[in-house]
Design a protein around this ligand. Sequence first.
Ligand SMILES: C[S@@+](CC[C@H](N)C(=O)[O-])C[C@H]1O[C@@H](n2cnc3c(N)ncnc32)[C@H](O)[C@@H]1O
Length: 202
Amino acid sequence: MERMSDDPTRVQEFFSARAAGWDARFPDDGPAYAASVAALGLRPGGRVLDAGCGTGRALAPLRAAVGPSGAVLGADLTPAMLDAAVGAGRDREGQLLLTDVSRLPLRAGVLDAVFGAGLISHLPHPAENLRELARVVRPDGVLALFHPIGRAALAARQGRQITPEDLRAEPNLRPLLARSGWRMTSYVDEDSRFLALAVRAS
Ligand SMILES: C[S@@+](CC[C@H](N)C(=O)[O-])C[C@H]1O[C@@H](n2cnc3c(N)ncnc32)[C@H](O)[C@@H]1O
């Protein structure tokens, strides 16, 4: 079965149609983003990528974590989502890159961490794409895969059932990360948030 994530153009069309109203749909998510960014353990001067940053909802807490001497990058392949980020002034918090996270224009090992909110289910080749994220992170750097709603609550909102094949189910995600250069260190899937943390294997 073909999935939307197999075709970047369909991903762009899907999110272009939703970009203008994206933030208004989820007005209460700010504290969950801030708490999940805190779990990355970033320090002043750190370097972090928000992969699939969309309208940039995580950029302010990421900037607060690394301070003015740090580097915050936001990468997304949908121009309309980045336009909305600029419209909200979030380009002041980090540098926005119009790019596919499966081919990042970054040198190996330059980052301390990657934050990906609502990203993983859109990746066409999850193992390969997560490996690309590992490539740009230093050994012992950190990955956070976050969603401001848990899997069961999201499925209910979308009127579907969770299937055992769900990539984000712990028995699937742990080996997927291990195959991609990451070691999962923590996993939380509750109604109010999904957060999996992993460390870049050395
Ligand atoms: C569910 S939205 C989440 C946006 C944002 N992270 C947030 O939490 O509000 C997923 C975002 O990932 C982007 N995206 C999907 N696949 C991508 C890829 N391969 N490379 C870069 N961005 C991608 C989409 O354009 C969209 O903006």
